[in-house]
Design a protein. Structure first.
Length: 346
């Protein structure tokens, strides 16, 4: 399979700086933010200039590399690594990929033992490790796309939520990668894209990526999904994941759970596509997943314009959890898994 690399790179590393594409400005403006320190990267992750679990995982890995580069004077090395890792990981608590990448680099550095005082050496080793993770991610995504395309029936109409393409993954994408490839292989006739309130990742980013990939689509508001599934005869829903528990319970963008329930009612498959770096097998179920709560103003304003009264009370959970039994299959680079899930050994 040959999938074209995205022309919308969510980030790139050059001359010891991480350049992050400001996704908040898309689809209207393409501008990269130059991050020279690990705190610059953390700010971009918290403010969602970069988002999507695999992409923020790798960006967090680069943040850790920058933190090591910035280390000054003598210090307790173990404590330093632990503190910086915790600071970076807490930037967005639900996406497991952040924990996965940062922890891998930390373990790598700790394994180097007596070379702990040579910071230049450690910086280079950390950089090497994040590049290995990046390559693994790339290969994993290609496999996910292949596995996923095989599940799509001919003449399908598919619906997706949030953004799971190159902007979210640093490469071909997960759920959207499957949709794009399946369309080009002639298996898909209609793609419906949820706008994904309140951040509008579907309306702003997924539409852009589908246009770049030359895939026609129809944009809908989130509350049209039931109508569209029923009236337009949607064949399946495919989305990504931010964290998958050992039993398959899956945290993904708020609104995902609604779709899983709809799929159950309408007896159509509900697929999750994600790399194994999103699987947290340290937790038995979704009850242990921390849901990130974001600021109320992100719901109360659109483009700095208020859309409700000043006093409106709001909650803003960024993710919800879908019970494993509502998920038809979880598509990973290690294969396609079906209920009952047990990711203890993945
Ligand atoms: O808040 P976001 O935009 O980071 O949320 C992204 C999602 O929920 C994606 O669906 C998920 O990260 C999977 S990305 C392949």
């Amino acid at each position: 399979m040959k999938l074209k690399k995205s022309i919308l790179l969510p980030f790139y590393w050059r001359n010891s700086c991480l350049y992050i594409l400001d996704q908040k400005k898309l689809p209207f403006e393409k501008k990269y933010i130059r991050c020279t320190s690990y705190r610059d990267v953390i700010r971009c992750i918290i403010d969602m200039n970069i988002r999507g679990a695999p992409a923020i995982g790798i960006a967090a890995g680069y943040a850790f590399v920058l933190a090591i580069k910035e280390a000054k004077g003598s210090f307790n090395f173990y404590k330093f690594l632990k503190e910086k890792a915790e600071e970076i990981i807490s930037s967005r608590p639900t996406a497991y990929n952040i924990f996965y990448c940062v922890n891998r680099i930390k373990e790598k550095i700790l394994s180097l033992g007596n070379k702990k005082n040579n910071k230049e050496f450690l910086f280079k080793e950390a950089l090497k490790e994040v590049k290995i993770i990046e390559e693994e991610n790339r290969n994993a995504l290609l496999k996910i796309v292949n596995y996923g395309v095989a599940l799509i029936k001919n003449n399908s109409s598919v619906l997706t939520h949030c953004n799971t393409g190159p902007l979210a993954c640093g490469d071909v994408g997960t759920a959207l990668g499957i949709i794009i490839e399946a369309y080009h292989r002639g298996k898909i006739k209609n793609v419906y894209v949820d706008e994904t309130r309140p951040y509008l990742q579907g309306a702003r980013l997924t539409t852009l990526e589908l246009e770049v990939a030359k895939v026609p689509y129809v944009l809908i508001t989130d509350n049209m999904a039931a109508f569209v599934i029923k009236e337009k005869k949607v064949s399946c829903v495919i989305i990504g994941a931010d964290r998958i528990a050992r039993n398959g319970d899956t945290a993904n963008k708020i609104g995902s759970y609604n779709l899983a329930v709809l799929c159950k009612y309408h007896k159509i498959p509900f697929y999750i596509a994600a790399p194994s770096s999103s699987i947290d097998n340290s937790i038995p179920s979704g009850r242990y997943i921390k849901i990130e709560m974001r600021p109320a103003d992100e719901v109360k304003y659109i483009n700095n314009q208020p859309i409700t009264t000043k006093n409106a009370k709001v909650i803003h959970p960024a993710f919800d959890i879908t019970d494993a039994k509502l998920i038809t299959a979880i598509i990973t680079e290690k294969g396609v898994f079906r209920y009952p899930y047990n990711f203890a050994k993945i």
